[in-house]
Design a protein around this ligand. Structure first.
Ligand code: IMP
Ligand code: MG
Length: 175
């Protein structure tokens, strides 16, 4: 934590995160009662969120991961690539994409279109945090833990130059 200490402002505590996760899990459990799910975590940022969320959803579920990369920050769709694809088949299944934060929405939109091509029975998006002010593509999550202002955040899976993913709380960076 030392490298970033002076720039980090406490934003969402681990207790608040736990409440958000519990709330999301209970909504999902209610909406999908009696059904089987496929949770797809978007690496790397969602690794803690999906591990906490999945353990609180008492429904049969498969878990898989995708990893995407974009070559530049002005990333158009052509620049987005799947680095690691899912291994489970999702045709006819109830699929939930698990994201820790939605920003511009480009990577998520690309992923959603890819997954829809496999004809899931349903496909919804779960995000812990949403930054709608930054959106450049019209994509809305179906389940949101909290809507936040346009701030760059680290912790609970989210990084700044690969630092900070392991922090139990979420901070924003004072730039
Ligand atoms: P976008 O929605 O295509 O712009 O990309 C969203 C991805 O960028 C998220 O899933 C995160 O991995 C990363 N990201 C967006 N905003 C932040 C942030 O504030 N902190 C850390 N990572 C972020
Ligand atoms: Mg992500």
């Amino acid at each position: 934590m030392s490298r970033l200490k002076d720039e980090m402002v406490s934003y969402i505590t681990k207790d608040e995160i736990a409440e958000m996760v519990a709330q999301l899990a209970s909504e999902i459990e209610k909406d999908y009662a009696g059904q089987e799910l496929v949770l797809i975590g978007v690496l790397k940022g969602s690794f803690l969120f999906i591990s906490d969320l999945s353990r609180q959803i008492s429904l049969p579920q498969q878990i898989d991961f995708v990893q995407m990369s974009s070559f530049s920050h002005e990333s158009n769709e052509a620049a987005i690539k799947i680095v690691k694809d899912i291994g489970v088949s999702i045709g006819g299944k109830h699929v939930l994409i698990i994201e820790e934060i939605i920003d511009e929405g480009k990577t998520l939109n690309f992923l959603r279109n890819r997954l829809l091509a496999s004809a899931p029975a349903s496909l919804k998006i779960v995000t812990l945090l949403d930054k709608p002010a930054r959106r450049v593509i019209n994509i809305k999550p179906d389940y949101t833990g909290r809507t936040i202002e346009d701030r760059f955040v680290v912790g609970y899976g989210m990084d700044d130059g690969e630092i900070g993913r392991n922090y139990p709380d979420i901070y924003y960076l004072r730039h």
